[in-house]
Design a binder for this molecule. Structure first.
Ligand code: DGT
Ligand code: MG
Ligand code: MG
Ligand code: MG
Ligand code: MG
Length: 283
């Protein structure tokens, strides 16, 4: 059948392919969660139910999109990392971002009552924005992840001290803010310890380190060879077929792996060295 006279409008659609061979991070962030957290009386500075709900939604996203190798969440945000070799949706930025945002939001709403059984959701409903950023090297990607985890630590130390001054110390918000203006990490640790008998080191890991979501394979002992997963045994001429089989095996393995949430350091080398498959050349 001939094309309709309207079909020319398709030419207005612009391609938005992300560069090949770069790590893709899709970061989503809750819209207006300052207001949202007040509406549902989230505990300050951290609401465990709200964080668990974010983590459950992130796990569901990773379950539906096996191309995601790792995710990291703090507060109302989550970063999802696609391997640099990922070809999902031909690497179209808008498809990757909108799929993650809508899948995450759908699960956040779907799972809400599991984590907040006493409070039913009502408009304005939770929504999330999203963006895709590309990182050309593993160093850039790791620095991105480190940046988010350092942010988690800085914000949590500040918020823990700020709310201790108010909730236990009886200060108002203005005075607490003034007290903390220009303070260093050591000063906040000191305030927490000397005035409130709080040892920051003993605060829950989920608050201090954020949440890492990954597929649970066997850990590699520190210091041993890192390419345990992808041994290439192809003979000349069999290369394509074997690597296809390997690819298929890897895909199945990823789909079967249990997805876990951990609250661990992702800045130091150890985390990545013990999980060489995360950043290996082949996903
Ligand atoms: P945005 O992202 O520009 O639409 O605006 P917001 O309000 O979402 O701002 P953002 O994303 O910079 O900050 C996250 C807000 O969410 C922040 O005001 C604190 C709140 N929030 C996140 N997690 C918790 C929690 O566990 N407890 C409480 N009380 N508040 C939380
Ligand atoms: Mg924001
Ligand atoms: Mg937000
Ligand atoms: Mg945020
Ligand atoms: Mg369609």
């Amino acid at each position: 059948m001939a094309n309709s006279k309207y079909e020319y409008v398709k030419a207005f659609e612009q391609p938005d392919l992300l560069l090949p061979n770069t790590w893709i991070v899709v970061r989503i962030d809750g819209r207006g969660f300052h207001k949202f957290s007040n509406k549902y009386a989230f505990e300050k500075p951290n609401d465990r139910r709200a964080l668990d709900l974010m983590n459950a939604a992130a796990k569901a996203v990773m379950n539906e999109l096996p191309d995601i190798v790792i995710a990291y969440g703090i507060s109302d945000e989550y970063s999802f990392v696609f391997h640099k070799s990922c070809v999902l949706f031909e690497r179209r930025s808008s498809k990757l971002v909108t799929t993650i945002v809508s899948t995450f939001t759908a699960y956040y709403v779907h799972l809400w009552s599991t984590f907040f059984p006493d409070m039913s959701l009502s408009p304005p409903l939770p929504s999330f924005d999203g963006r895709a950023v590309q990182y050309p090297s593993i160093q850039n990607l790791r620095d991105y992840m480190s940046w988010r985890q350092v942010d988690c630590h800085i914000n949590n130390l500040y918020n823990t001290t700020f709310w201790a001054l108010i909730q236990v110390g009886g200060m108002d918000a203005k005075s607490a803010e003034k007290e903390l203006a220009g303070s260093l990490a050591a000063d906040k640790n000191e305030i927490l310890f000397s005035r409130f008998k709080i040892n920051y080191n003993n605060e829950p890991e989920i608050y201090k380190k954020g949440s890492v979501v990954l597929r649970d394979y066997e850990l590699v002992e520190p210091g041993t060879a890192s390419e345990v997963i992808h041994e290439d045994v192809a003979k000349p001429g069999e290369e394509v077929e074997l690597s296809k089989t390997q690819e298929e095996k890897d895909r199945k393995r990823r789909a079967k792996a249990r997805i876990t949430v951990q609250h661990v350091d992702i800045i130091k080398d150890e985390f990545w060295e013990r999980r060489p498959w995360l950043l290996s050349n082949k996903p």
